[in-house]
Write a protein that binds this ligand. Structure first.
Ligand SMILES: Nc1ncnc2c1ncn2[C@@H]1O[C@H](COP(=O)(O)OP(=O)(O)OP(=O)(O)O)[C@@H](O)[C@H]1O
Ligand SMILES: [Mg+2]
Length: 254
């Protein structure tokens, strides 16, 4: 049984085929990179896997279950969490609260516990707060729990978004350009974070433009071009692939 499998996935926007008959697999416990020129269909692929966009045709299987057609919420409950190319956090909540609300659906206390303000609820709340603090610590925001997102540097906002995704305790994490727009220090911090997540055995699908990032962080790479799979393999295999070099030529240095 495959961990995650895309079967002939296609998504059209009017006359434009953003993802075209795309098939590949993601191995459990590995970091898979999804790369390709601008507009090649990377974010659309993430949107199709996470259920944010319906597929035109084809299917996605996760741990032996067909997830195509399920709601984003149902897919996230099955263990797939994601971040967005455009950061999405709650601006009116502190960093700590942002992580806590991401876990809100995981509370075990029932309505009666809430109404009666039981010891069970209090214990759970304090456990949840500790868990949220641990996650902030993990992404390098340990001292920033009380900050509002707008007061955090850009890179930290991205890390906060990753902490929110990790709060769901996913089996698979989908990251859409986690290092985009980062300065050098932030870039190094997020690289280090992915490497630490990899060590924990988390499975990750990482959309990224920066080749240095891909080379450092990924086990396997899938290259898209015009919505189709152009090549796949280890970074060193795809780096030497003439088709990949041609697709990137004049756009980006490999
Ligand atoms: N909601 C939409 N409606 C219409 N066209 C869309 C929509 N989303 C994406 N597209 C188009 O589909 C194609 C693939 O877009 P997508 O965002 O998946 O590319 P990408 O590889 O993530 O690009 P980038 O590197 O710029 O983030 C592009 O031509 C884009 O303009
Ligand atoms: Mg994109």
């Amino acid at each position: 049984m495959s961990f995650l499998k895309l079967n002939n996935l296609t998504r059209r926007f009017g006359g434009l085929v953003a993802v075209n008959d795309l098939s590949f697999e993601i191995a459990e416990g590995k970091v898979t990179g999804l790369i390709g020129p601008n507009g090649s269909g990377k974010s659309t692929t993430i949107n199709l896997i996470s259920g944010v966009l319906p597929v035109t045709s084809g299917s996605v299987e996760f741990m032996g279950h067909r997830i195509t057609g399920k709601s984003p919420h149902a897919i996230s409950r099955m263990g797939i969490a994601r971040t967005y190319q455009q950061i999405r956090v709650f601006e009116s909540l502190t960093a700590l609260e942002n992580v806590q609300v991401a876990r809100a659906g995981m509370y075990r206390s029932g309505l009666a516990d809430v109404l009666l303000n039981t010891g069970k609820l209090k214990r759970e709340e304090s456990r949840e707060r500790d868990k949220a603090r641990e996650l902030l610590e993990l992404v390098g925001l340990g001292k920033k729990g009380d900050e509002m997102p707008r007061n955090l540097p850009y890179g930290f906002r991205r890390c906060l978004e990753i902490a929110r995704a990790l709060a769901l305790e996913p089996k698979l994490l989908l990251l859409d350009e986690p290092a985009a727009g980062m300065n050098r220090d932030e870039f190094m911090a997020v690289t280090d974070l992915i490497l630490r997540l990899r060590k924990t055995g988390l499975s990750v699908l990482l959309v990224e433009h920066t080749m240095e990032f891909v080379e450092t962080c990924v086990d396997h790479v899938v290259v898209l071009n015009f919505g189709q799979k152009l090549a796949e393999g280890t970074f060193h295999q795809i780096e030497q692939d003439p088709r990949v070099i041609e697709a990137y030529l004049g756009k980006e240095e490999l």
